[in-house]
Design a protein around this ligand. Structure first.
Ligand code: IMP
Ligand code: MG
Length: 189
């Protein structure tokens, strides 16, 4: 695995700013759902870190489930437009308040797909919380209810977000200079 210092462009959001914003989102969500029960749906795998931190700022009763969709395959750095369900929720969401927690909304295709799929299950409410919004890249209109940060049209990594499955553990969010990034020959290693 290449040292990220060799290809980092710049730190877009540092750890302290992430924590502050995540705490604000937690407080806002807790206020908006006061008196209600909430099902948090973590979109694997990029949403893991954000979801784990966000739920610790919630003061309302909530439960957690996960689902996995992919639009970017390993080794691709632009949305393929193809969205695949790797695995689905275990919870029946009928009549539940559902909040999807996702790392990034880019073209909007992944979210549009999952929202359409979940709506057919007739939840009581269905909202979306994304950590990062690449607004200018939108190809499909999707309504996002809570946004952590707007980010420029650059490939980003850290705080749950990967490049070829690596660098998710970093506490900050940075942009990458992909010209300097060396892709490993065998990514399944
Ligand atoms: P969309 O379907 O084009 O909106 O893509 C959303 C998904 O693509 C996100 O959930 C991420 O997993 C992935 N993605 C988009 N931009 C980036 C990026 O800059 N770094 C890593 N993953 C990204
Ligand atoms: Mg994702």
């Amino acid at each position: 695995m290449q040292d990220y210092h060799e290809f980092i462009d710049k730190v877009l959001v540092d750890a302290a700013s992430i924590e502050k914003r995540v705490s604000e989102l937690g407080a806002q969500i807790s206020q908006d759902y006061a008196g209600e029960e909430l099902l948090i749906v973590c979109m694997l795998r990029g949403g893991i870190t954000f979801t784990a931190d966000l739920t610790r700022f919630l003061t309302i009763p909530h439960t957690l489930d996960c689902m996995s969709l992919s639009s970017y395959g390993v080794g691709h750095y632009a949305s393929s437009g193809n969205v695949r369900v790797n695995f689905d929720l275990m919870t029946n969401i009928e009549d539940r308040n559902v909040l999807l927690v996702e790392d990034i909304v880019d073209s909007g295709r992944t979210l549009a797909h999952v929202l359409q799929m979940l709506r057919t299950r007739e939840p009581k409410s269905l909202k979306v919380c994304v950590l990062l919004d690449k607004k200018y890249r939108r190809e499909v209109p999707v309504e996002v209810d809570y946004v952590g940060f707007d980010v420029p049209d650059k490939y980003v990594f850290g705080y749950g977000i990967d490049i070829d499955e690596h660098y998710r553990h970093l506490r900050f969010i940075a942009s990458a200079d992909l010209k300097k990034y060396k892709k490993e020959d065998n990514l399944s290693k």
